[in-house]
Design a protein around this ligand. Sequence first.
Ligand SMILES: [Zn+2]
Length: 44
Amino acid sequence: MNPWNKKCSNTDIVLYIMFNGKRLPICHKCWEEISSKDIEWRYT
Ligand SMILES: [Zn+2]
């Protein structure tokens, strides 16, 4: 359901998303997937 929940071995981290008190690293590819969908997210 959440593409960034899969193991991501990419190292081109562009930002981190706060999720359940944890900081999840989001790489460029994952971020494009996330931002291309209409998902409610709090990101910093
Ligand atoms: Zn990724």
